[in-house]
Write a protein that binds this ligand. Structure first.
Ligand SMILES: Nc1ncnc2c1ncn2[C@@H]1O[C@H](COP(=O)(O)OP(=O)(O)OP(=O)(O)O)[C@@H](O)[C@H]1O
Length: 334
C-alpha cells in the first residue's frame, strides 16, 4: 500500500530524515514511533505531499507521490499533529468545508457526514461549535474529516497526544473499526505503549534513521535486546554492601530513580557493565537491556555480586516491545 524509499530531508544544516526506507502492507496498522525530534512529522508530511524531500521516493499503491501529488491526495487522509483554530464554525460546517475541498458530490453528502460523525461518536454534536469541543472530540472530528473522500490510507500524526486515558481508548477503538473497514493506517507517537497494542507492525525511528521495521512479534524477537530482570534483597533502594539509599535517587522522569527509588550507586554499578544499553524499573525489579550472549549476562551477574549488591533474583525475561524501544533509543521516550 505504501512504500517509502531512501527518504532524506534537510532543514538547513539539520538532517531531519536520513535515508528512511519502509513499507506498509495493505490493511495493516503501522506504528511509527520515536522520541521527540526523531523525524516522524517530517516523514509523514512528505508522504502526505506537504513537504518535498531532498532525496527518496514514495509510492501509495502504484502512485508516485512526488510525481503525482494530486492523485496521491485522493488516496490518503492526513491528520496533522495540531488542530487549527475554527472560530464560529459548527461541526457540520467544518465537515462540509472539507467535503468541498475534496470535491465530494453534494448529493448524499449530508448522509455521508452523518455516518462519519456517527463513526467518531459525534453525531449529537453536529450543530455544536468546533471551538467548544473537548480535545478528544476535536481529535475525533479531525479524524472524521480525513475520511470525507474515502481514502485507502490514513496518515495520523500523534492522534492520541494530549488525550486522557478514556479518550485514548475511544480513539483506539475507532482506529480498529477503520481497519476492519479495510483502511491501512500509518500512525505516529513518541509513546510506544500507545501503539504496542493497536499496531500489527512497528517502525522505530531515531535521530532521523529507521532503526527497525516489521511485524511487532518479529521486532521483539530480532531487535537483539536481551533483558535481564534483577531483584535485590531489601528492594531497589539497597545500594552496594547493603546500604539503604531509597529516596536519594537522582534523575529525570525517564530515569529509573524517579519511578522506583533506585539507589544511585546501584544504578551507576549496573550502567558501568559493558554491553548494558539501558535500565528500567518494573514491579520493584531492574530490567537491564543489554547486548551480548550468555557470557555477557554472566559477567553482569559477577559484576553486581562483586560490587556487593545483594542479588536474590537474576533471570532473562522475554523482551517486551517497550524494552526494545528503550534499548534502541537509550530511554529518550518522553
Ligand atoms: N521547519 C523546520 N525547520 C528547521 N528544523 C526543523 C523543522 N521542522 C523540524 N525540524 C527539525 O527536524 C528534526 C525532526 O523533526 P520532526 O518534527 O520531524 O520530528 P518528530 O519525530 O515528529 O518530533 P515530535 O514528536 O517532537 O513532533 C528535529 O530536529 C526538528 O527540530
Amino acid at each position: 500500500m505504501l512504500r517509502v524509499e531512501g527518504l532524506v530531508k534537510r532543514y538547513g544544516d539539520v538532517e531531519a530524515v536520513r535515508d528512511v526506507t519502509f513499507a506498509v502492507a495493505p490493511g495493516s496498522i503501522y506504528g511509527f514511533v520515536g522520541p521527540n525530534g526523531a523525524g516522524k512529522t517530517t516523514t509523514l508530511k512528505v508522504i502526505a505531499t506537504l513537504l518535498r524531500p531532498d532525496a527518496g521516493r514514495v509510492f501509495i499503491g502504484d502512485v508516485d507521490v512526488l510525481q503525482h501529488p494530486e492523485e496521491a491526495r485522493t488516496r490518503l487522509g492526513y491528520m496533522p499533529d495540531f488542530f487549527g483554530v475554527y472560530d464560529n464554525l459548527r461541526v457540520d460546517e467544518y465537515m462540509q468545508f472539507y467535503a468541498d475541498c475534496y470535491g465530494v458530490p453534494t448529493a448524499g453528502r449530508d448522509r455521508l457526514i452523518g455516518s462519519l460523525l456517527e463513526l467518531v461518536d459525534l453525531a449529537d454534536k453536529r450543530e455544536a461549535y468546533v471551538d467548544g469541543l473537548s480535545r478528544g472530540m476535536k481529535q475525533r472530528l479531525c479524524l472524521a474529516r480525513c475520511l470525507v473522500h474515502d481514502p485507502d490510507l490514513l496518515i495520523l500524526d500523534e492522534p492520541a497526544s494530549g488525550l486522557d486515558p478514556r479518550a485514548r481508548v475511544e480513539m483506539r477503538e475507532i482506529l480498529q473499526e477503520l481497519r476492519r473497514r479495510g483502511k491501512t493506517i500509518l500512525i505516529s507517537s513518541h509513546i510506544l505503549a500507545e501503539l504496542a497494542e493497536l499496531c500489527s507492525h512497528i517502525g522505530i525511528i531515531h535521530a532521523g534513521r529507521m532503526v527497525v521495521s516489521g511485524p511487532v512479534e518479529q521486532i521483539q524477537r530480532e531487535a537483539g535486546a536481551r533483558v535481564i530482570e534483577v531483584r535485590l534483597a531489601g528492594g531497589l533502594g539497597t545500594g552496594p554492601h547493603g546500604e539503604a539509599g531509597a529516596g536519594h535517587a537522582q534523575g529525570g522522569a525517564d530515569q529509573p530513580g524517579a519511578q522506583g527509588a533506585v539507589h544511585p550507586d546501584t544504578l551507576a554499578t549496573v550502567m558501568a557493565v559493558p554491553g548494558v544499553r539501558s535500565v528500567a524499573v518494573e514491579d520493584g525489579a531492574l530490567r537491564v537491556a543489554m547486548e551480548g550472549e550468555d557470557e555477557a549476562a554472566a559477567a553482569l551477574l559477577a559484576h553486581l555480586v562483586r560490587a556487593g549488591l545483594p542479588v536474590v533474583h537474576f533471570a532473562e525475561v522475554k523482551s517486551k516491545l517497550e524494552d526494545v524501544f528503550m534499548a534502541i533509543t537509550g530511554g529518550e521516550e518522553q
